[in-house]
Design a protein around this ligand. Sequence first.
Ligand code: RIB
Length: 296
Amino acid sequence: MKVLNYGSLNVDYVYSVDHIIVGGETQHSSKLEVFSGGKGLNQSIALAKAGVPVYHAGIVGTDGDILLDACKEAGVNTKYIRRLPVKGGHTMIQVDKNAQNCIILYGGTNQMQTKEFVDEVLADFGEGDYLILQNEINMLDYIIDQAYEKKMKIVMNPSPFDEKLNSCDLGKVYLFLLNEIEGEQITGYKDKDRILDAMAEKFPDACFVLTLGSDGAIYYDGKEKVFQDIFKVKAVDTTAAGDTFTGYFIAATIEGRSIQEALRMAAKASSIAVSRPGATPSIPEAEEVKKELEIL
Ligand code: RIB
């Protein structure tokens, strides 16, 4: 069984600000840091650091060295990452004094996937292999259809949610990892139980992990719910916390751990990520997570 994450790679430009800027305002930032990020890359790095061999597929631009270096350092397989001679995907992230962030995303090369490239990548994968997706690249509808035909297990993090996802056949997804905002965008409900019930009704073949910010996370397979609280830490930067959770949860289930244990590891890993600056650099190694949880 192989694990493929087909997703975004972004250079994150992170500005430390007093407060998130409002319309018409100009504000000095006290610091600019540049990190490797992107929901796709963050999740691949979390999987790799959690100990699961992962192939990342995607496209970087002329500024992509930092992203390829991050893959190599974490042990993410870069065989399916291409480079185009144009500006790559990047973000402008504000982080305020309370560790809140807001993100402007520029798709760049993340939005330049072609059918030919998708076919080339998926040609090497088949039945039972995992495919992990987020919503920061184009061609998602095609990727989902092709992967489903191949009987791959499709894991979807519908983030950031937008209308493009409505053109995807999400009924082909095997596991959704989403937060309450995305849950509301998909189902129209705000309440966690109503979101999960509506998701299960809409996608009867799927399982769900709904993350609730400081209220923890719930797994639901349509019958049973498993709850996990957060590990409280002093937040420094919440960027990539959700991606760390996603990568660690998938990795732990692939390793054969119980849902409860997978949620616990994901919550611990994400709490460590929150306590550190940056996207991929904030993601902990498995050893650290296991040591803190006192598990093997
Ligand atoms: O989920 C965090 C990520 O979202 C950041 O690394 C940024 O690149 C955006 O894609």
